[in-house]
Write a protein that binds this ligand. Sequence first.
Ligand code: FAD
Length: 612
Amino acid sequence: ANGFFLLLKTLAHAGRYINEHYPDEGINYRQSVPEYDFIIVGAGAAGCVLANRLSENPQWKILLLEAGPGENDLQNIPLLTTFLQNSQYNWADIAEAQNTSCYGMIDQRCSLPHGKGLGGSTLIDYMLYGRGNPADYDRWAAQGNPGWSHADLFPYFLKSERAELRGLENSTYHGKSGELHVEFPTFRTNLARTFVNGAREAGHRKLDYNGKSQLGVSYVQTTGLRGMRQTAYRAFVEPVLYKRPNLHVQPYSQVLKVLINPDTQTAYGVTYTRHFRNYEVRARKEVIVTAGNINTAQLLLLSGIGPREHLQNFNLPLVSNLPVGQSFVDSPVFNGLTFVLNETGQALLTDSRFQLRSLGDYFRGEGPLTVPGGVEAISFVRTENATTEPGVPNIAIVFSTGSLVSDGGLGLRKGKRIKTAIYNKVYRPLETLRNDQWTASVVLLHPESRGHLKLRSINPYSALKIYPGYFGADRDVETMLEGIKEAVRISKSPAMRRYDARVLGIPLPNCEQWDQREDEYWRCAIRTLSSTAYQQLGSCRMGPAGDPLAVVAPDLRVHGVQGLRVADVSVVPTTISAQSAAIDYMIGERAADIIKDQWEQGSSAPTSSSDR
Ligand SMILES: Cc1cc2nc3c(=O)[nH]c(=O)nc-3n(C[C@H](O)[C@H](O)[C@H](O)COP(=O)(O)OP(=O)(O)OC[C@H]3O[C@@H](n4cnc5c(N)ncnc54)[C@H](O)[C@@H]3O)c2cc1C
């Protein structure tokens, strides 16, 4: 399959070339004016929803500023997902060296990809659409965040969604008239069907994980539109941009600082850079930061909002002393559980004729290229020793056909920074093996371990120091181990035994002192090959005044500052039982309603959120 993946990679490069040489084509960018009502920083899922909903009011002028480029159809092929981490759409942050994890990554530093461009992380994500568990949101509300219980938020999930899910047409758990298409990929391998059947035999119920209950197995629901990636920008901004002269969008515009009047503690605009020139633009009403979990924290810190001592170390004048970056949490995934089959022809792109035909199929919205990164099914599991509420999973087992070598070692291996010595010893032999493989990626949904973020310098182009802290709590390793055992149990179900699938028998070089039948081997493997599951949250956590961990109030205003809100996954106060895109869309919807309520009720500014 290497040749075919090289072809796909070439297509992706062509897309990059087009973006770089014709940067504004097809983006409908309009030159900004000196003042807007609302400035939105970052065109990720939440930012795009906000741009759409706030510009519904023709009296309001909205500016959406985005640091990265526009999107490109050539890169919207879902199967290309693993390559996109090596594209211009990734900020490509790298964590600091870790003591308790990332042993298998170059310099013990795991990569932390997140999206850059119109659409944010939805440009490069795996497109899985999952909303988590009602209990996740009830936990937020119970911690002093009125308006954020599941009952409050459920309508917002439905509002965004336009479900076209075969078999769930009459489900009341799905929205039918929103902007964001949600579908099952049209293509399925027999191996995925067997996995779902095997999981059922192992006691997992087949269900809609976005329905009444979440514990069980399902084919993945994705944010695709007839097989093509649908980014947040394409869903929420592109369709309205020409119709709304009050909405301006500027790619290639990186915000450097939020401008805050130190006397009134009020945000009044931002400075940004575009094509090597700096600009200042003012906000009559509010600046809304939706720059993602990492960059939102960075922007606040650079603007004088953060822990007093940390800002003092950089001689940054303090605006509000808040724990920005202190509640960073990232769910790890273990990608090292690969099974080798006794058969060939079951994987996505094994046959060369099939590969070429698949390009034609793709343009009809069919075929294997519509499967995001090879991911086809998922089972949400509550393991025996789980501490989550009944019905709330602590592990997700994500099924994909193939293994780390299926993209020719060109995508995921590079994206994850896996050491060459490990790849060569353990995985490279699979490149020439005719037998098919499948991988169970085990995701820890509710880690106890916490990380944190710090400024590296006051240079806004310099990446933050990121300490994800994976497996700082031993308990997280044990939960992951339980997840691995459950995946192995599924592999031994009668349905799956048909393929006589065996766990890949080559041990990781740094764990060789243990036998693969011993738990200790897997504990070592977990700390070696786990990395981000792309569920980073909480760096600007939401909570009431007086909550020592809170950065924003339940109405998303930054504590102690007027005219400034944060409205993305960085505000999420506790972990969720899903990946984060659907949650980010929901936060955008909820934020838009809060803002409309506060400004449309009266013409004056909302009163100050609590000072501390
Ligand atoms: C590789 C990967 C796979 C994922 N897979 C899934 C999945 O399958 N399912 C799922 O639900 N979730 C997934 N996620 C997570 C999901 O995509 C994100 O949680 C979600 O999009 C977060 O949205 P956000 O708005 O908070 O941030 P982002 O989407 O990251 O958007 C922030 C935007 O702000 C811009 N920005 C940042 N700083 C500045 C600045 N200073 N000035 C101007 N603009 C700025 C960025 O360029 C970016 O476009 C994945 C994420 C990644 C990275």
